[in-house]
Ligand binder design. Sequence first.
Ligand SMILES: *Cc1c(COP(=O)(O)O)cnc(C)c1O
Length: 427
Amino acid sequence: MKNFDIETRCVQGGYTPGNGEPRQIPIIQSTTFKYDTGEDMGKLFDLEASGYFYSRLQNPTCDTVAAKICEMEGGSAAMLTSSGQAANFYAVFNLANCGDHVVASSAIYGGTFNLFSVTMKKMGIDFTFVKPNATADELRAAFRPNTKALFGETIANPALNVLDIETFATVAHEMGVPLIIDNTFATPVHCRPIEWGADIVTHSTTKYMDGHGGCVGGAIVDAGKFDWMAHAERFPGLCTPDDSYHGVTYAERFGKEGAFITKATAQIMRDLGSVCAPMTAYMLNLGLESLHVRMQRHYENGLAVAEYLAKHEKIAWVKFPSLPDDEDYALAKKYMPNGTCGVVSFGVKGGREAAEKFMTGLRLAAIETHVADARSCCLHPASTTHRQMSDAELLAAGVSPDLVRFSCGIESARDLIADIEQALANV
Ligand SMILES: *Cc1c(COP(=O)(O)O)cnc(C)c1O
């Protein structure tokens, strides 16, 4: 599938049925798999043969959908997880242990920021946060001898900054660590970070990939390019024997292409168990089949709404990376020439009260703690997710009191703009 266009990979990647087999991917709703002898199964436990034995580790339906996402991103191996949070946690924890350090962009999803700065910190892993537009020198300065990875988001949720992936990849490789990119907002339809040097790509499939507000899920894709053995001292988990798997050394046995995902599955998923259900994987696949069609419309609607708002007298500011006067326009054009996403952030003149009044007046876009859905939705962080904060605290957290995050769905742009117009008229 790798030689086909992204549109074809969305529709047909991951699964080619044989003669007389189901056209749609089968849902293998089974926790376990049967073997004739104990010896047959023992080989699976020792990772000496490949096959299924328990769905906490691997399930054929989930693997089929992971294989599609792998092909869409141009990777060598992939796995599904129960959520985007689990995907980012596993991707980082597969490399960094207690006493280690990770450098991350500060413009990342709030849940990821909490995971890194609170929960993983409690586990003894330290994070240094850098600006998403940090120069190579600023990035280098954030590294320590125990740094194990560099992390960022293609398009940050909700700040909408575009990451300079190539600069981040160059510095990561110079410092001997992999670059992990959360590609949730761009999706592989609009950006494939591996083509720009990223080593690991993560997703909250809950967003555009599912696209219908149906299933929480996540994915991890390995580019298969990072040479773990060349940095064996930095990555003992991949380059020394795993006693919990009869002494297998992942980087030796599975090579650059397979080591990362095999370890994340056989060790981290085995022990922590944030597994994707087969039915969820099936529904995610339905979303993936139309991702390329939907992303184009999400983006077109986002651009139309952003252009409309930028000219509106009641709007204080608009952030959308595909607007020509946006600070990230050049990066957006470089990394996402066919478009970015459908999320637009903006400020309503009159601050907190005006923003609340505007949102209450909307008829099509519902107020939700969600983005990247076929149905338009919006959120005013100052009166919902961040409502306990004062205006001063909000500004310190990078959320202005007037900020509205508006996620354009795939409805008609004319209807969305008319809805925004009538809601603004009452502010
Ligand atoms: C939503 C989101 C996550 C977390 O994903 P869940 O599926 O909600 O756990 C991680 N990264 C980004 C960029 C997100 O938007």
